[in-house]
Design a protein around this ligand. Structure first.
Ligand code: BGC
Length: 747
């Protein structure tokens, strides 16, 4: 689907109590057009609590402990797959005596992983989470969550390891493509919608990885050092929103340490913040191999160990017998897991395994890509292309004849149609091949472009031979270069430049033919030194199972681009908070190689993450958070601010095409908070016909109107002067107004 039907989608959230009573500057209201997101909340919690309690009462200590640790669900390193396992990342056998089904867990955030499942086990590869974030569309996140949930059910899984909520602190991070960008409110709202979608299909979702898991280098040992305020306002905030707003069943704690203590045995994070302050009722599972102790972890709030069963099997039973872990804590751990199963209906059904509905999955995957692709440059109206004007089209780029790039690691999906892997020695087990190399989902750019321009000659060059590519480019009416940047779990980038000789290739091709379009397939930001030399640039992220079709729709104007950057693109590596990539002291995927001196990474930029960093340093990025062009133009005017800190303004489509604007609200909190910059507080996707003008409302998200008071250890809703900015990106903010808020009631 194109952008149609996306009239207005607010970022959600009710007006906070303190603002409803705040006195301030009241300004006249216009026609209000916001509607509330209407995803059902699938949490049937009351019933689930009672059922979980009854089961726990009926269980022996051994039965309870049995639930608290799990293995891989597939054959690995000589160990056969456990009986009854469906081949997922995790497995806990059921307890038939009590009617408790097996826990069948699988990755993950981008679709249902398929290890050794053959073609039968294929599932939809969704575009990367960055692409979904770029849609700024919680409704779409909900719908794609539903596909993830439904396909997980179809493949026999009842827990999906989805919900990647780590805020992007480092452009280097090899897993940024699994996360929702650099803004905690955007990430929190979209992951909330995704989790609701998954759980609406009767599958438990995780939200992961709690917390500060912002680099892959030395991930099993690294100690992330961060001040409490930044942790609360940035890194924990998406988790807080998801826990409070989605009914998420499980939280996965991270590999790394946080301020000296492993995340999975960090009582401050798990017991104090997650379970006590936020009231989380689900269970905390460790990342795979992230458990480091028995007594410390169990008493810190960890409920379940994956994957090696070193600490929560026999060792936990002994700790209970010694009185070091109270049995009521074991009850609590088991109850949390059972409650999750009851809430999604897993206690009441027999799981069946079947093939997924590929057509349904592919349609949503395409819509996510269409709504998440960002148009970064478009000179002299090169795009959209008009098929009737084109006789020769050159398509250049590695594998652009067969597929689109995917990220590597546990999130890689054996997609519908299959994946081609580069650089993987024959015989590499599937479980490792997912990590090892670049993989291409079979959605062919060459074919999708040819289908759009049936009367043109469409020719392909891989770009390996630069001279051949330049020759082809020179003779074409338009050149489309598919550039790529591979990222994978367990490894951070060493450079933000495009790999191999792609910068050279693009420069030379553009010199031969200025009508060159570059389609970036990346897992995050990348340096684009040639951006002013080419005709157009699209950021297509890792666009998923129907990526090529979505890209072609945008290139030829069937879809007017509406994606906006969920991350900043730096001008140079030197402009980043950490200008050099992390230097590995170990092999991040091999826990046998512990470094002698585990690294401590001080997140000294604190609150200054992403656009907040560029604002506070007064450095312009190459492309800023929230930025993206369309094939039409929008004009903002007549801002009014209400005392509940909602804003209204006129938005007009002044171009000659229907299009979607992602209108954004940023707030500067009162100076007493000493915040470093403005922050995103809401947005709305507005579709307008050519010449149409509309009064638009955005409600400030209550989570964006708080500051953490580190000395008091609580949130404050500061009184004083708020500055409200409205516009098309974090740097294109034509409307601004201040408002005094007094009589603040702190929760
Ligand atoms: C990853 C998790 C994933 C788990 C199971 C770990 O390596 O960090 O995100 O869910 O493996 O595959």
């Amino acid at each position: 689907m194109g952008p149609a039907g996306q009239a207005l989608k607010p970022s959600g959230g009710a007006v906070p109590r303190f603002l409803r009573t705040a006195a301030g500057l009241a300004i006249s209201a216009g026609i209000l057009l916001a509607v509330h997101a209407s995803e059902p909340n699938p949490d049937r919690s009351a019933d689930a609590d009672a059922r979980a309690d009854a089961l726990v009462r009926a269980m022996t200590l051994d039965e309870k402990i049995h639930l608290l640790h799990g293995t891989l669900g597939f054959a690995y390193e000589g160990r056969p797959a456990p009986d009854g396992a469906h081949g997922g990342a995790g497995f806990v056998a059921g307890l038939p005596r009590l009617g408790i089904p097996a826990l069948q867990l699988n990755d993950g955030p981008l679709g249902v992983r398929n290890i050794d499942g053959g073609t039968e086990g294929r599932a939809t590869a969704m575009p990367s989470s960055q692409a979904l974030a770029a849609s700024f569309d919680p409704g779409l996140a909900f719908e794609s969550g539903r596909i993830l949930g439904r396909e997980a059910r179809d493949r026999g899984f009842n827990v999906l390891l989805a919900g990647g909520a780590n805020v992007e602190r480092d452009a280097w991070n090899g897993r940024n493509f699994e996360y929702f960008g650099e803004d905690p409110i955007l990430a929190g709202r979209l992951v909330t919608a995704q989790v609701r979608g998954i759980q609406a299909e009767g599958v438990i979702s995780t939200v992961k990885h709690l917390v500060a898991n912002s680099q892959e280098t030395d991930r099993h040992w690294v100690d992330m050092s961060i001040d409490e305020r930044s942790l609360r306002e940035i890194d924990l905030l998406p988790f807080e929103i998801v826990v409070k707003e989605s009914g998420v069943g499980s939280v996965m704690c991270a590999y790394n340490k946080v301020n000296g203590t492993y995340a999975c045995e960090n009582s401050h994070l798990i017991n104090d913040i997650l379970k006590s302050e936020w009231g989380f009722k689900g269970w905390v599972m460790s990342d795979w191999g992230a458990t480091h102790s028995t007594v410390r972890s169990a008493n810190a709030g960890l409920d379940q160990e994956f994957w090696e069963e070193l600490y929560f099997a026999g060792a936990l039973r002994s700790a209970v017998e010694r009185g070091e872990v109270p049995e009521k804590r074991i009850d609590d751990m088991a109850r949390r897991i059972l409650r999750g199963l009851a809430a999604i209906g897993a206690l009441d059904r027999a799981e069946t395994v079947q093939q997924v509905d590929a057509a349904a999955g592919l349609a949503v995957a395409q819509r996510v890509a269409e709504n998440g692709i960002v148009l970064l440059e478009n000179r002299r109206g090169l795009l959209p292309l008009r098929a009737e004007d084109l006789k020769r089209i050159a398509v250049i780029g590695r594998r652009a004849d067969i597929g689109v790039l995917s990220g590597g690691g546990s999130s890689r999906v054996e997609s519908i149609g299959g994946v081609t892997l580069d650089d993987t020695p024959p015989g590499t087990p599937d479980a490792l091949a997912m990590f090892a190399s670049t993989g291409w989902h079979h959605s062919s750019p060459l074919k999708a472009i040819a289908a759009m321009a049936p009367s043109a000659g469409v020719e392909f060059a891989s770009g390996d031979d630069l001279d051949a590519a330049v020759l082809l480019a020179a003779s074409a009416d338009v050149v489309i270069v598919f550039a790529w940047q591979a990222r994978e779990e367990g490894k951070d980038l060493r450079t933000l430049s495009l790999p191999v000789s792609q910068d050279d290739l693009i420069r030379r091709v553009a010199a031969a033919n200025p009508r060159t379009v570059v389609v970036l397939q990346t897992g995050g930001s990348v340096l684009v030194p040639w951006a002013r030399d080419v005709g157009a640039v699209l950021a297509a992220w890792y666009p998923g199972n129907r990526g090529a079709e979505a890209i072609a729709d945008i290139l030829f104007g069937r879809v007017n681009p509406s994606g906006r950057l969920p991350i900043s693109f730096p001008r140079a590596e030197a402009d980043l908070p950490r200008p050099r990539p992390p230097q590995p002291r170990s092999d991040a995927n091999n826990r046998e190689t512990a470094p002698a001196h585990p690294p401590i990474v001080t997140l000294g930029e604190g609150l200054a993450v992403g656009y907040r960093w560029y604002d506070s340093q007064n450095k312009p990025p190459a492309y800023e958070f929230g930025y993206g062009l369309t094939y039409t133009t929008f004009v903002y005017s007549k801002l009014t601010v209400s005392r509940d800190l909602s804003v209204e303004f006129d938005l007009a489509n002044t171009g000659n095409r229907k299009g979607i604007e992602v209108a954004q609200l940023y707030v500067e909190l009162p100076p007493s908070t000493a915040e470093l910059s403005k922050r995103l507080a809401g947005w709305v996707r507005v579709e307008l016909a050519p010449g149409e003008r509309r009064r638009v409302r955005i409600a400030a998200d209550p989570y964006a109107l708080r500051a953490w008071d580190a000395s008091a250890g609580k949130w404050r809703h500061p009184a004083g002067r708020y500055r409200m900015h409205v516009g098309a990106s974090s740097r294109i903010l034509p409307l601004v107004q201040e408002i005094d808020v007094r009589d603040v009631q702190v929760d």
